[in-house]
Write a protein that binds this ligand. Structure first.
Ligand SMILES: [Zn+2]
Length: 109
């Protein structure tokens, strides 16, 4: 593992350095198509302010996050017949900014 603390969302997405294709946006939450998808359908749902992981998220942002996740997952599930909702913690978490993967299909890596 790299020792550098990686935060793709603050460094790239919210800075505007990496343009993203938005799926859904609320006041505090953004859903967009992953820039390097590893499932055939791969949407990322992130809080717009920095929250390190699920364990640091307060109830208010979780309610807003899950409202978006639910809506995105419902669409993916309806269009593709199945969906997963996933968040990683600890060494599994590549970018140290809370994010949920909504995906469908078999992983390519
Ligand atoms: Zn961040």
């Amino acid at each position: 593992m790299s020792e550098k603390v990686s935060d793709f969302y603050c460094d790239e997405v919210f800075s505007g350095r990496t343009p993203v294709e938005k799926v859904l946006e609320t006041e505090n939450v953004l859903a967009y198509h992953h820039t390097r998808p590893f499932w055939p359908v791969h949407i990322v749902v992130v809080p717009k302010r920095h929250i390190a992981s699920l364990l640091e998220a307060d109830d208010a942002i979780l309610i807003e996050l899950f409202a978006v996740i639910k809506q995105v997952a419902a669409t993916v599930s309806a269009e593709h017949g199945a969906a997963r909702v996933l968040t990683n913690l600890g060494e599994y978490q590549d970018s140290k900014h809370l994010h949920f993967h909504v995906n469908s299909g078999e992983a390519s890596r």
